[in-house]
Write a protein that binds this ligand. Structure first.
Ligand code: ZN
Length: 456
């Protein structure tokens, strides 16, 4: 990994002042940003360093995604047998819980590779995944970790423990989380300490977790020094189940069972009430908003602004949709205005805060148990990770730090990304993937997904 000076572009720092540097440059050294400023000055200061020309476009931090499912790649274009699902539970039962049971380790590898190529192509440099494959549990996280390592991006992995497939698979899920988390401190220590790989303890959702399972997982997660990654109140059925069986709402149940905390991720939180937002905020639990998924499953609108006002960090995930996080940002921007009939709802700067600074906060929390000096992500400043994307976007109207979020929503999209760097290493240059063979990945995935559709 050699030093490089990336210049001749507008540097989008996304620092505290949201500063843009026109005709700016960024010096990359040892996987981090070593200097940032005017192109002319840095070229004078570092004449010996290799120069990368950004071609007058944008030089910005890589996009982040804090909730996804790599295993879902084979669902694209798949016909669901039988009547179309009428509600969220039927979507799970007819689609996801049938698909995940059929996955083999080879399918899991191919699915993850599809996501890796998609991520690099769209400039997504750090991803938090949540995995399920009830009939191929043992070693599944290693298979994904190998795909992540080969791709060169950063990822945090978890296996979702659930009671839905019986005691043997509950135990297998717990074993897989534990084994993989320990591996990050032994065989995979180098990757983990480099801030490239991390793990959370995965749990499916309150309505598929018995009191005994929750208790055992809480104890295991605490002893391993990690947080939990769990779906919370994605649909009203999760709240109804918790009220009917335990006489309390989901976030309260999770708080009582020691699942919440600074390193824990409560994905979705579509149906949480103000009491639960208080619980989540006081335990410093983060949520992750997934607008495309919420609209697609017709589960409702998450009270994102109430969570943010309540002091929570709310990141942005894609829940298995494409790794083009600009699409997710646009969906977030539109969804709340439409649902609330309020054009002032969810302004672009709030969407940008979720996608960058709140996502970065969540990533910092899940990576830091494995990497003591985990660098800042989601920003370009001295000392931050050299996770950088180049976009060939030339604004047709004035662009500055204050209006940049609106350029992101209305003008910039994934197709503008031409180069992607993670930890100082180029993974794509001028739209050519350097570490992955995309044609081979897609051919293999087509073959395996066709076979899986037939089994289904
Ligand atoms: Zn999910």
């Amino acid at each position: 990994m050699s030093d490089t000076l990336i210049g001749n572009g507008t540097v989008v720092t996304l620092n505290a002042d949201n500063q843009l540097i026109e005709q700016g440059a960024v010096l990359v050294r040892d996987g981090r940003i070593a200097a940032i400023g005017l192109d002319s000055m840095l070229r004078q200061q570092y004449p010996e360093v290799d120069y990368t020309n950004a071609g007058g476009g944008l030089i910005m931090p890589g996009f982040l995604c804090t909730h996804t499912h790599f295993y879902s790649a084979f669902a694209r274009g798949m016909a669901i047998p039988g009547e179309p699902p009428r509600n969220f539970l039927e979507i799970l039962e007819r689609l996801w819980w049938r698909l995940d049971k059929l996955l083999t380790l080879e399918d899991i590898r191919a699915s993850a590779e599809v996501y890796m190529a998609d991520a690099i192509r769209h400039g997504t440099t750090c991803i938090v995944d949540h995995h399920a494959s009830p009939n191929a549990v043992d070693g599944s996280l290693d298979v994904i970790a190998d795909a992540v390592e080969q791709a060169g991006i950063r990822a945090c992995l978890a296996y979702e423990v659930s009671d839905r497939d019986g005691p043997a698979i509950i135990r297998a899920g717990m074993r897989e989380n534990e084994r993989f988390i320990r591996a990050l401190r032994t065989e995979r220590k180098q990757q983990a300490e480099a801030g490239l790989l991390a793990a959370s303890y995965g749990l499916h959702a309150s309505f598929t977790l018995s009191p005994a399972t929750l208790e055992q997982c809480a104890a295991a997660g605490a002893s391993l020094g990690v947080g939990f990654h769990i779906h919370v109140a994605e649909d009203s059925l999760d709240e109804n189940d918790s009220m009917a069986h335990y006489g309390m709402r989901v976030a309260d149940r999770l708080a009582e069972n020691n699942i919440l905390g600074t390193r824990s991720i409560a994905a979705h939180c579509v149906h949480v009430n103000s009491g639960e937002i208080g619980r989540l905020a006081e335990t410093q639990t983060s949520s992750v908003h997934n607008p495309r998924s919420n609209m697609n499953n017709a589960v409702g609108r998450a009270p994102v602004e109430k969570m943010l006002d309540g002091g929570m960090h709310v990141g942005l995930g894609n829940d298995g949709f494409s790794m083009n996080m600009l699409q997710e940002m646009k969906a977030a921007y539109l969804l709340h205005k439409f649902a609330l009939s309020d054009p002032q709802a969810m302004p672009a700067d709030l969407v940008m805060k979720m996608a960058f600074s709140d996502n970065a906060h969540i990533i910092q929390q899940v990576f830091s148990p494995f990497c003591a000096g985990f660098p800042a992500v989601g920003t370009l400043q001295v000392g931050a990770a050299a996770d950088i994307v180049l976009l060939d976007y030339v604004p047709p109207t004035p662009m500055n730090g204050a209006n940049f979020p609106w350029h992101l929503i209305f003008g910039i999209d994934g197709h503008h990304v031409n180069s992607t760097m993670v930890a100082g290493r180029w993974l794509m240059r001028n739209r050519q993937l350097l570490a992955l063979d995309e044609a081979r990945i897609h051919a293999r995935a087509r073959e395996l997904s066709y076979a899986l559709w037939k089994r289904m």
